[in-house]
Write a protein that binds this ligand. Structure first.
Ligand code: AMP
Length: 191
């Protein structure tokens, strides 16, 4: 199963993707996690991404496209994968398309978790307080508001891109965590 999880910051993509990873035995590929690892390790990519991420902006397309195109060709992705946090704009979606065509890989579904923007800030600030090791650099109220704006302006159009391909499934991300998981599993089981 080759999947993309789409949704604004705080929609629950990471939580749900890790549940689907376990249930379907396919790796969750989070560009945010990969970039945070690079920042913590002080690699060249990490140095390039650090300040951009702290502000809540998007790191350059070529950085994430090259990370993901390499990663989805690894042996553990042979049966599928979940892209969590990628693509984040139309140009990344188009680049991903070319990589998938070149590798003869078909996406099965794009799962969009729809959440009322008003509850997102409260959700993320709560997550920040509960995160072991302290909040993320971009979990300040200012960076958060910026991340939500970036989502609306750059990432939301990605849903239309996949709707036109007929593979978008938009689900209600405001239900209880277990109920959202049930919705996702039933959407995937019907594919
Ligand atoms: P996330 O963990 O998905 O919320 O991502 C945290 C931050 O990492 C984002 O605010 C961006 O700065 C960066 N990032 C993650 N994924 C991407 C992507 N696909 N394109 C550009 N920047 C990204």
């Amino acid at each position: 199963m080759k999947l993309i999880f789409l949704g604004p910051p705080g929609a629950g993509k990471g939580t749900q993707a890790s549940r689907i990873e376990a249930a379907y035995e396919i790796p969750q590929l989070s560009t945010g996690d990969m970039l945070r690892t690079a920042v913590a390790a002080g690699t060249d990519i990490g140095k390039q991404a650090k300040d951009i991420m702290a502000r809540g902006d998007l790191v350059p397309d070529e950085v994430v496209v090259s990370i993901i195109s390499e990663r989805i060709q690894a042996a553990d992705c042979a049966n599928g994968f979940i892209l969590d946090g990628f693509p984040r704009n139309l140009s990344q979606a188009r680049e991903l398309d070319s990589v998938l065509v070149e590798k003869s890989i078909d996406l099965d579904a794009v799962i969009e978790l729809a959440v009322d923007p008003e509850i997102l800030i409260a959700r993320i600030l709560k997550r920040a307080q509960e995160t072991a090791g302290g909040p993320r650099d971009d979990d300040t109220e200012e960076a958060l508001e910026h991340r939500l704006r970036v989502y609306e302006e750059q990432t939301a159009p990605v849903a239309d891109f996949y709707a036109e391909k007929g593979i978008l499934r938009t689900l209600d991300g405001m239900q209880e965590i277990d109920d959202v998981t049930r919705q996702i599993r039933s959407a995937l089981d019907s594919i």
